[in-house]
Write a protein that binds this ligand. Sequence first.
Ligand code: PRP
Ligand code: URA
Length: 210
Amino acid sequence: MYKNTIELNHPLIQHKVTLLRDINTNHKDFREIINEISGLMMYEATRNLELEYIEIQTPLEKMSSPILKGKAPLIVPILRAGLGMVERMLEAMPHAKVGHIGVYRNEETFEPVYYFCKLPKDAAERNAFVVDPMLATGGSANFAIDYLKKKGVGNITLMCILAAPEGVRKVEEVHPDVKIVVCKIDRELNNHRYILPGLGDAGDRIFGTK
Ligand code: PRP
Ligand code: URA
């Protein structure tokens, strides 16, 4: 049904997603769980990173052993909520660079509004992981991916915790080359383009702004 999208059905992830959805989960726990899930998502999201072989000496003998090829990846959180996913990803890829892109959704038109971007100069030479807990209409993710492509970034994976079917279809249609990794594709969007059943406003729940 979806071409480039992987929905993670691992029990640990589904358990943690339930905790995130719960209105009784407080900001501190919400932030921690977002990070825990992001760490688990990494295994699938980074599955296609290229390896090369180097000669090493173990305490017992010489061997040819794999290491990651090329420059360390680039993590690109979409501000604000994407910031919540970065910490655990950096634990898994400590040499990764982090580029930030600021896009918020106009709550009347639902169109993305750009306000900030800072990328490393050599972004185009790196595999990029665009991260945002929520993929609703797909407008913000498509904007961020377009922006990176204009800067020459060629290999892009989008990681989102919850997605709406509309958003997944939109990103797949506009960017068929992008791999999408999500924990759960929910039922639909409501009239305010919030994901149902969803978890509410991810940015507000991470940062306690409501
Ligand atoms: C949320 C979310 C995504 C976007 C998803 O951010 O974190 O970036 O909405 O919606 P879309 O797929 O319809 O574009 P928001 O605009 O609320 O900004 P914030 O993270 O600063 O709260
Ligand atoms: N942004 C959010 O934070 N939540 C939604 O459900 C949709 C957009």
